[in-house]
Design a protein around this ligand. Structure first.
Ligand SMILES: [Fe+2]
Length: 665
């Protein structure tokens, strides 16, 4: 009857991961439960092992329970995992933990194999799953930030977040130190700004960072070039707005004398090579007032033609939509006086900056990743195959923490947006609400999004090609994992936890997004795979492709001005000084540069896509699927390296080794 068990307990090597408190363990088997007594004091970075005799026949091991005893004070403990070897275990059985053990309540760690409810016909884990979800719904709660937006996690500060969601010490230290340094630099240089003023465009070199990227250098050299301007819509910081034109946009009213332009546009339209970028979403947004000075927002339209050599060239820019009862707005052309044409393009760059940061980056990257994270934590127990097996959990690391920081420093009242961006002080919330109202499921899935935007066959859309390839790799990985646990469409339909998860996301987190194509139930394996692939792509490729370009494209301020200080031009009589006076002043430019450097710099603490640190020990089959995923990512990485070597402008924002495993900055 007596059984001899060998128990190993691994403690994390993070700052203060060990605990002075004694930990008591229980083994729970299908036939009974054994108290092992107060056995250990977890030491930092160690794997402790002890042997113990159990006078009971436990049968197959289901769970380890643990409790931290607090004598005088409670010291948190970061437990990585517990393993047990004993009668009938066939080698070691793993009980993954990977979280902070706080307080003195009993914590259950189920054995590491993922299972759905129906994989557990005897209901051995049912009660545990329900309890775990009940607890998680208390610690991970939906909050609210502004009306008409998707929901965030509750809490305004890092300390409000569940302990496991806060930055660990390495990331926290790096974040605080570099932010402190950035602010100090700004305070010192800020005083110099009053002495140095900007008179010529080249004067922005004063704040052009010294350690800039090669591409940022190219931006400085080439930003006035039309092909370079067009290229940014394909492969720049914001590749999300360009669309193929299937007709001439209604807002493009051609005043008399523009017959040539009309002929050219129609010719490109016939040839299928006409494209457009429409910033109508910005129309009517209330501009910011910064230190008593009004700032300006426009809502341009750009028409472009795709050349056979892959270059995308602007044909015409309309800075504002037409207004009823007013003469049609002025159209700017490449043949205009160079400064007039440059000012029109600069307006487009500033409009692109607004939609890029708010719609493409903040909403479609950061905020949606947070909805996915919160919905998953609240509705899937840790044993669920979609939660564990590295499928979703690794893609949520630090997302709630960085978004909480963004809401309290970046887009908060009196935050960076209010201080230096033309849509700050409320306009930015308006833009987020408008962008949320037209956020579709298809737009988050590159095969659909690129098809809808007419970019699938466009060879010079490197973003498009890489996004499709990365989507394919992620979707094969998801299919591999899902195939291990769901043998039929019926199994998906019958999984009530999965259905509740999907509804929590669409109805609660995304605030009734079913009318924009988001599912409220999952009817088949294919539908489940598509949904999970969207989740992983959003937390990784979607964010990376809209985050990584900031440093390259916005370091040269005239190429990405966060604000404009003069109204859009109403004549073509424009001087260099008019452009300089429209662009951010040196102080604003400096602040923008500081924030761009801080957020855009390559992260020193970084896990690349698919390279999770934690192992959830989920058996050989899921491990093999993960290995296959990693191999495909490595091949894609190599492929991009080879391609980029012969390109004039390399595109690397979707290189798997550059793409972070989760939204962390
Ligand atoms: Fe970001």
């Amino acid at each position: 009857k007596m059984g001899k068990y060998t128990v190993r307990v691994a403690t994390g090597d993070l700052f203060l991961a060990g605990s002075l408190n004694l930990v008591q363990l229980w083994l729970v088997g299908e036939h009974g439960e054994a108290d092992l007594g107060k056995q250990l004091r977890p030491a930092w970075g160690k794997v402790e092992e002890f042997k113990i005799d159990v006078p009971l026949h436990l049968g197959r091991l289901l769970m380890v329970k643990l409790r931290k005893h607090n004598v005088l004070l409670s010291v948190d403990w970061f437990c990585k995992w517990i393993s047990v070897q004993g009668p009938g275990t066939q080698g070691e059985v793993f009980f993954p933990c990977y979280r902070w053990v706080q307080g003195h309540g009993i914590i259950c760690l189920p054995e590491g194999t993922a299972r759905t409810l129906s994989d557990d016909p005897q209901n051995l884990f049912k009660k545990y799953r329900e309890q775990e979800l009940e607890e998680r719904r208390c610690t991970v709660r939906w909050g609210s930030w502004k009306d008409g937006l998707i929901l965030p996690i509750a809490g305004n500060r890092q300390l409000d977040l569940p302990r496991d969601e806060r930055f660990l010490e390495d990331k926290d230290l790096d974040f605080s130190v570099s932010l402190a340094k950035a602010l100090k630099d700004m305070a010192i240089k800020g005083t110099l700004d009053f002495i140095n003023c900007v008179k010529r465009l080249e004067d922005f070199k004063k704040i052009f960072p010294r350690g800039k990227t090669a591409l940022a250098e190219r931006v400085h050299d080439s930003w006035k070039n039309d092909a370079f301007f067009g290229y940014q819509f394909l492969n720049g910081a914001n590749p999300m707005l360009l669309r193929h034109s299937s007709s001439l946009p209604a807002r493009l009213v051609l005043p008399p004398g523009m017959e040539d332009l009309k002929t050219q546009l129609e010719k490109e339209l016939q040839a299928g090579s006409l494209f457009e970028v429409d910033f109508s979403l910005l129309d009517g947004v209330k501009p910011n007032v910064i230190i008593f000075k009004p700032q300006y927002v426009a809502a341009p339209l750009v028409m472009l033609k795709l050349q056979p050599d892959g270059r995308l060239l602007p044909m015409v820019i309309q800075l504002q939509p037409p207004r009823y009862g007013c003469p049609p707005p002025l159209l700017f052309l490449p043949s205009d006086p160079p400064m007039a044409w440059l000012l029109a393009k600069t307006w487009v760059r500033s409009s692109d900056f607004q939609l890029h940061q708010l719609q493409s980056h903040l909403l479609r990257g950061h905020l949606i990743a947070e909805v996915i994270a919160v919905a998953t934590m609240r509705s899937l127990p840790s044993l669920h195959p979609i939660y564990k097996n590295q499928l979703l959990i690794p893609h949520f690391r630090y997302t709630m923490a960085i978004n909480t920081l963004a809401r309290s420093r970046l887009v908060s009242e009196g935050g960076i947006f209010d201080l230096v961006v033309s849509t700050g002080s409320g306009g930015h919330v308006d833009i987020l609400q408008r962008a949320t109202a037209c956020l579709t499921y298809r737009s988050l899935c590159p095969p659909d999004d690129l098809a809808d935007r007419g970019l699938l066959g466009v060879k010079s859309s490197l973003y498009g090609q890489d996004a499709i390839r990365l989507w394919g790799i992620i979707s094969r990985y998801v299919e591999g994992m899902v195939g291990l646990f769901y043998k039929s469409d019926q199994a998906v339909k019958d999984d009530l936890e999965l259905q509740a998860w999907c509804r929590e996301m669409t109805e609660t987190g995304l605030q009734m997004a079913q009318d924009r194509g988001f599912p409220i139930s999952l009817e088949s394996r294919a539908q489940l795979c598509h949904f999970v692939t969207m989740c992983i792509f959003t937390c990784t490729g979607q964010h990376a492709s809209n985050h990584l370009g900031q440093l390259d494209w916005y370091s040269w301020i005239p190429n990405g001005p966060g604000t404009m200080r003069k109204p859009p031009p109403i004549s073509k009589d424009v001087t260099e000084k008019d452009i300089v006076d429209s662009l951010p002043n040196l102080h604003q430019a400096h602040m923008q540069k500081t924030v761009t450097d801080f957020l855009g710099r390559r992260q020193p603490v970084m896990v690349a896509l698919g390279q999770h640190e934690e192992k959830y020990f989920s058996g050989p089959e899921p491990q093999a699927v993960l290995r296959q995923f990693q191999e495909e990512l490595a091949a894609m990485d190599k492929g991009i390296e080879v391609r980029n070597a012969v390109l004039d402008l390399p595109y690397e924002y979707l290189r798997p080794s550059m793409v972070e495993n989760s939204v962390t900055i």
